[in-house]
Design a protein around this ligand. Structure first.
Ligand SMILES: C[S@@+](CC[C@H](N)C(=O)[O-])C[C@H]1O[C@@H](n2cnc3c(N)ncnc32)[C@H](O)[C@@H]1O
Length: 254
């Protein structure tokens, strides 16, 4: 019998930011599945606890959380980033597949933020279908992303009037900032905007641990606030063992 594999976006951490559709699906499935990275990154156990708090708040029946240990990504050859990620995705697919085999029933994968934004769950789920070892029907439940919450907290519009937004990562920022002047940056543990050649020419709207009790917000001209952001980032990371941050960068600063 075909089983349900729902990828449920839970939003960026705050139980108030979970959609009614996500709540409905969580209440319909047999168990929840979550990737567990705490072996490699001990602080990230918090992120599982935050998902549990969301379930405790919204699920009206007895629920069960199954964790899938996340295999380590090979970081030995930075030049082959895409190849390393593809190999890693395949290893993760096999882990998910085995977990589905070991745990019959309909499943909801608890996805941080929105599943369509810098998250591999959709790719893994399609790969599970392709491999045909487990018979599942994939369903995507969108969630509020950290980027939307960043914009709301700062009260900014992500685009300039009629203008484009470049959504990028720390790894690509310097290259993308050479051609774009309105960028949203994610996955940037190095706060790469510190290395932009003309910091006085940019404004930044930064947010860390958005939607949690430890939320941090800073906005201003990049050259004036970047050291403060770097210091707050380091303190937040020391305190909990992890920090998640994202920012909007705009040249000219309007
Ligand atoms: C693997 S991506 C997942 C993004 C997620 N799917 C989303 O929609 O927000 C992780 C990155 O998202 C951003 N992020 C996720 N949650 C965040 C939060 N609560 N506060 C600030 N940034 C967050 C950070 O840039 C982090 O490095």
């Amino acid at each position: 019998m075909t089983r349900r594999l729902a990828l449920v976006g839970l939003g960026p951490g705050d139980p108030d930011l979970v959609t009614a559709q996500a709540v409905r699906v969580l209440n319909e499935v047999d168990y929840f599945l979550v990737a567990d990275k705490s072996e490699q990154h001990p602080g990230t156990a918090d992120l599982i606890a935050m998902r549990e708090a969301i379930c405790a708040r919204h699920v009206r029946k007895k629920w069960r959380l199954v964790t899938v240990p996340d295999p380590e990504r090979d970081r030995t050859d930075p030049a082959d980033y895409t190849g390393a990620v593809q190999t890693w995705h395949e290893a993760r697919t096999v882990c998910w597949e085995q977990t589905l085999l070991d745990n019959p029933g309909d499943t909801a994968v608890l996805v941080w933020g929105d599943p369509a934004l810098y998250d591999s769950s959709i790719r893994l789920a399609h790969r599970i279908v392709e491999r045909g070892v487990v018979d599942v029907e994939v369903e995507i439940v969108p969630g509020l992303s950290s980027v939307q919450l960043l914009a709301a907290r700062h009260g900014v519009v992500l685009n300039t009037i009629g203008g484009p937004i470049t959504l990028t990562t720390g790894r690509r920022l310097l290259e993308d900032a050479a051609s774009g002047d309105n960028l949203v940056v994610m996955l940037d543990g190095a706060l790469t905007c510190r290395r932009l050649p003309d910091p006085a020419g940019w404004r930044i709207w930064w947010g860390a641990n958005l939607g949690s009790a430890h939320e941090q917000l800073v906005a201003g001209h990049l050259d004036r606030v970047v050291d403060d952001i770097w210091a707050r980032r380091a303190i937040a990371k020391r305190a909990r063992g992890w920090v998640m941050d994202t920012y909007l960068l705009r040249r000219g600063g309007v």
